[in-house]
Design a protein. Structure first.
Length: 100
């Protein structure tokens, strides 16, 4: 397993592991689904949305890796950095720094 000294170093690697546009689009949709599920859980006070959040987020992201990127998701090796990187990439897409 590769070690990263900083999150910035990991994020550069993470972007390289998400070079395929379909994979990035699925990640974006998955992160959006997570955010929507968390908001729905808060608004409805229904904890079932908390189960839906990771299923939707990881489900879409892993489809991107296995079907389009043809690599292993970073979640399996670096779960916390990977989770943070998903949201950073989501933000970077919104800001136009990463293209879909």
């Amino acid at each position: 397993m590769r070690r990263f000294a900083t999150f910035a170093e990991f994020y550069a690697h993470y972007l390289g592991e998400h070079a395929n546009r379909a994979c990035r689009r699925l990640h974006f949709a998955g992160t959006l689904a997570v955010i929507a599920a968390l908001v729905a859980a808060a608004v409805t006070r229904d904890a079932r949305w908390l189960v839906a959040a990771p299923l939707a987020g990881y489900g879409l992201a892993w489809i991107g890796h296995f079907c389009f990127e043809h690599n292993r998701p970073a979640t399996l090796r670096h779960p916390l950095y990977s989770l943070a990187a998903d949201f950073v990439m989501f933000n970077d897409v919104l800001r136009g720094r990463v293209k879909l």
